[in-house]
Each structure stands twice: as C-alpha cells, then as structure tokens.
Design a protein around this ligand. Structure first.
Ligand code: ADP
Ligand code: MG
Length: 561
C-alpha cells in the first residue's frame, strides 16, 4: 500500500484512542474538568458499564456560550497559554484534548451555563458532525453526556470488557476521587441506581466508610503528616490486618491527580515490610503534594503517569511517612464488645447498647511487636488467653500456629534447606487435569518446600518425600492440600508462589480449633508467636490475636468514663 496522509476522521479517532481507552477514561477526564471548574458537586451517571452512557454533571464555573464550540476543538484549553506554563501545571487538565477526543468517538452533548450568563447553552456532537449552538434553560454548571462509545469505531468497541468489568473500573475510579476530595460531593449511579454518595462535608473517615465499610474505616490510620523539602504526604493507611491479595486498593494522588506509579506503589509496599505477608497488599489512600514545577505531568496522554524531578526523594519521604505511622500506630485488632448487661430488657436503662471498644488506643500504649505475654489459659479449646502489660490478649491458636509454622517453613525455603520427610516407599498419585497442571507448573516451588515429586504419566506423579510439617498426612492428602482450588495469582512471581503454597501447607498442618493444649504447649505457642516476625496476622492476613486493654476493661466496669 502506498503511504498517504490519514484523513481527518481517521487521525482524530486514532489520537482519541490514546486518551479514551474505555468508559472509565471518559469518567476520569470529565471529573478532572469538573474539579478544575471548581465544582463542589459531581454527579456521575452510567449505563451499560459506561458503554451506552457516561454523564457527568457539575455545579462549576460553566463554559461561556461564546467558547462552547471552541471547547470541543482539539488542543483547545483555557488552562494553558505558553510552553512555560507546561512546566508548572496547577490544573488537572492542560492538553485541551479530552472533549475533542471523546466527541470524536461518541454521541456527545454538552449543556452548560457559565457564571453570570442568563441562559444555558447546548451543543451536540456526533463523531465528526458538530451541531449548532442552542439556547436552553439550565442551572449554572456543566453537564457532559456521552452516549454510544465507539459507535463509529467498532474495532475499539471490541476491546471493551463486559459491562460488569467496565462498571467496576468506573466505580473504583469515582471512589478514589471521592476519597481524595472529601470536601466535594460525589455521586455515582448506574442504571439509575445510586452506587455511591459522599457528603462533601470534608470528613475523610466518612468517605472511607462509604467506600469500604464503617469497620474498615475505623481501621484506617491517619498518616502522621510529613513535610520535607516542599513535599507533603497525607492520607490514610490501613492497619496491617486489613489487607488484600492485589494492589488495587493502593490509591495515590499527586497534586490532586490520581496516578498509577509503580515506584511510589513499591514505596508504600516497602513501608509495610514485615507488617504484611508476601503477596498481601495494604489498603492505602495517600495524597502527595509537591511543587508543580518539580513534577512533569505531560508524560502520557492519560496523565496517569508522571515524572518527578527527584524520584528518590519523593519515594523516601512517602516510604518513611507511612512506616513511621505504622510503627507508631498499628493496633492489635481491638475487641468489639457489647456491654455485658446489653441484650436484656434492662438495656434501655443504660442508654445504649452500642459496641464500646472501637477506639484505637493511643500510640504510647502500643509497640510494634507483641509485648511479652504471660499465658493464662485456654478458652473453648480454641483461644489462648494471655496477659500483657496493657491488658488481655486473646489468641486464635490455629491462626497463631499457622503464622509460626509459616515463618519456619519460609525460612527453610529461603535457606534452600527444606525439612523433608522421605517416604519408605514412593507413592503414585493420580491427579485431576487441573491439579496436574498446577503441580507441573510449580514443580520447583513444591520442591523448595520439601516435596520430592516426579511426573509418572500424563496426570500421575510419584511422590518420594513430603515437607516434614505435613508428614502426618498421607502423601496424597499432603499434595492435594497444596494444589486444591489453587488459583493463579495476578503476578505469579516465584517467591509469591512459594509463600502461597507454604501458607496452604501450614493451614493444613497447624493446630486446629477445638484441640485441647497442655499448659506447656500453650506457653510454647505464645513464645513462638512472640518470636515471629509478623505475629499479628496469620499467613492469610487474618488476625492472630485481639486485644482488650485495661482502659477498656475499666470502662466496661464503670471505673472510668
Ligand atoms: P483541558 O481540560 O485539557 O483544558 P478539555 O478538552 O478537557 O481540555 O476541555 C477543554 C476546555 O473546556 C477546558 O479548558 C475548559 O475551559 C472547558 N471545560 C471543559 N469541561 C468543563 C467543565 N466541566 N466546566 C467548565 N469548563 C469546562
Ligand atoms: Mg480536561
């Protein structure tokens, strides 16, 4: 084919493809525009996961009638004038491309009324067909309605995921903005049903509770505000025992802009080192403010990637701020306790039966590792009771033992000296196709845990040794335990796979709930737990212990207000 200049129609669609990848990119651009316009209320409506409709209505400054046609031209912006302005961007938008790109691949209607204008203005655009300016009654602010995304670019439409997936992306995006801008009211509805509504009253905890849950919001620790060399870090970090299997809930904003930065993401993860098991990720909402001239946001059309003048500095300030917060604050999961007298008819006499102990104790009462504990006894053959300097600890014996075994096993993996129990006679085991596939792909990881296995036909394996911790199980059971219902992780790094396989082995090998332990066994388990690197959570991220402080006891017994 001969080389030729692309038609206007094609080239605009191609450029649009960069900014408008999917419905959530449209939502992001429109939200940014509304924020730039000083809006305090942002209402997002979607249909069909945003493929049939994305609409963002705001109460911002609006667009003057004389400029509405210009606004949808490519490279038209009110936010930038000279090249110099590009070096210190204070607004979220600056490329002047979003409205043009969106209009090029959808049926778009802009309805707006600028502050001071008597009537509103409406403009319709369908692909490359721009309509005429119409006068219309409307409130101050702007509503952009985007219908039938990629109606004229079917190839791009095919790349979109299911409505559910696209809706999920939009919902996560709106939630992130709502959390980063607690003083703006965000609403999201899908198919006419309200999905999220923040009040805009400026209370970040309230937004966290809306986005996650009240319980989780109460486990979010405010970052001890850190400022250094013009860089400020603020926000919330989740207590380590609330965690996730992927990094999706790490939300980072730089100068009010949501960004996806691998390096900053690892600064966050590093700050949690030893607080979280490998393969678990925290819930974090962090805002980083830097002087605008020290960051280049003009790196990528979606503006999700940025370049810092001194990335190392930002990295270390973020990492240290979060680490310091965790060291000072990470609570042992507080017990939620009903007053002992509640539930009876006398409850109303005491006013309320609200859970009492929801508070996070002051930092001075807590330390990073678990304090020296004195074993007191066992309850329900499931929980160990221990006393520490600051109250009572209830320990889940199964979760605690999982943690202890897990660290022991991972130490063996790391030193490449797994404790293996050889079988007197090798055993041949037939697996399902799925299980065999998992074993085949993870042979070396299984070996580093102490299995000695070799293929013996298509779905058959010969087991010669098993990890010592599961030597009480039949070899067949031991192997199945590891591969049953195993789902591949999103990032199956070798180290993660080993940790995940090890966690499975330990879950099976650990002391069960309902198992009576001797006094010596109870003491030993508490001692082992104290010595582990991350004593507060089991390898799957559940808490190993809850804490009932002396202060809480005193409140319960009415000794203190
Ligand atoms: P950019 O945001 O990079 O300037 P856009 O194409 O997104 O480019 O928007 C073009 C212009 O239209 C903006 O510079 C702004 O002046 C105006 N505009 C867009 N959306 C809004 C809005 N919601 N409220 C007020 N003005 C808007
Ligand atoms: Mg914009």
């Amino acid at each position: 084919m001969p080389i030729r200049v692309l038609s206007e129609e094609v080239s605009s669609a191609i450029a649009a493809g960069e900014v408008v990848e999917r419905p959530s990119s449209i939502v992001k651009e429109l939200i940014e525009n509304s924020l730039d316009a000083g809006s305090t209320v942002l209402q997002v409506q979607i249909k069909g996961g945003g493929k049939s409709l994305v609409q963002v209505a705001d109460n911002g400054s609006g667009i003057p009638r004389s400029e509405v046609k210009l606004a949808i031209e490519r490279y038209s912006t009110s936010k930038l004038e000279t090249i110099d302005d590009l070096h210190a961007i204070r607004t979220l938008g600056f490329r002047g491309e979003a409205l043009a790109s969106i209009a090029a691949v959808s049926r778009m209607v802009v309805t707006t009324r600028a502050v001071g204008e008597k009537a509103g203005t409406r403009l319709r655009v369908e692909g490359d067909r721009v309509g005429e300016i119409e006068a219309i009654g409307s409130a101050e602010g702007t509503t952009v309605e985007v219908k039938d995304l990629f109606f004229n670019v079917p190839a791009r439409r095919r790349f979109l995921k299911s409505d559910t997936t696209e809706r999920g992306r939009i919902s996560r995006l709106v939630k992130r903005y709502a959390m980063a801008y607690p003083n703006r009211r965000f609403e999201l509805s899908s198919e006419g049903r309200l999905q999220l509504q923040s009040s805009g009253n400026g209370d970040p905890i309230e937004v966290l509770a809306k986005v996650y849950s009240l319980e989780l919001a109460q486990q979010m620790i405010p970052v001890t505000k850190a400022s250094s060399q013009g860089i400020t870090v603020s926000g919330f970090v989740g207590a380590p025992f609330v965690n996730r299997s992927n990094r999706r809930e790490i939300t980072l904003f730089v100068n009010g802009r949501w960004i996806q930065d691998v390096s900053l993401g690892s600064a966050v993860i590093q700050a949690y080192h030893s607080f979280l098991m490998v393969g678990r990720f925290p819930i974090v909402v962090i805002s980083i403010d830097v002087p605008p001239e020290s960051v280049d946001v003009n790196v990528h059309p979606t503006k999700a990637e940025i370049r810092f003048e001194d990335p190392g500095l930002v990295f270390s300030i973020v990492q240290r701020a979060i680490r310091a917060t965790l060291l000072g604050q990470a609570p042992v999961q507080p017990i939620s306790m009903e007053p002992i007298w509640s539930g009876s008819s006398s409850a109303q006499n005491f006013g309320s039966s609200e859970p009492i102990e929801r508070t996070i104790e002051p930092a001075s009462q807590r330390t990073l590792t678990v304090p020296i504990l004195r074993s007191v006894g066992q309850v329900a053959a499931t929980y160990l009771v221990a006393e520490g300097p600051d109250g009572v600890y209830l320990i889940d014996q199964h979760a605690a033992h999982e943690r202890v075994l897990f660290e022991k096993l991972m130490a063996q993996v790391e030193s490449q000296r797994p404790e293996s129990q050889g079988l007197l006679q090798a055993e041949t085991i037939e697996l399902t196709e799925v299980e065999a596939d998992i074993v085949q792909r993870n042979l070396s990881a299984l070996e580093s845990l102490g299995f000695k296995i070799e293929p013996f036909g298509a779905q058959t394996y010969r087991v010669r040794a098993v990890p010592a911790v599961v030597s009480n199980l039949s070899p067949e059971r031991a192997l199945r335990v590891v591969v049953e219902d195993f789902e591949e992780d999103e990032s199956p790094l070798a180290a993660h796979i080993e940790a995940r396989l090890a966690a499975r082995v330990c879950k099976r090998a650990a002391i069960k709930a309902g198992q009576v332990l001797s006094v010596a066994e109870q003491r030993q388990l508490i001692l082992d737990l104290e010595r582990s690197a991350s004593p507060r959570t089991c390898p799957h991220g559940r808490p190993t212990m809850v804490h009932l402080s002396v202060a809480a006891l005193e409140r319960q017994f009415g000794r203190r207000g």
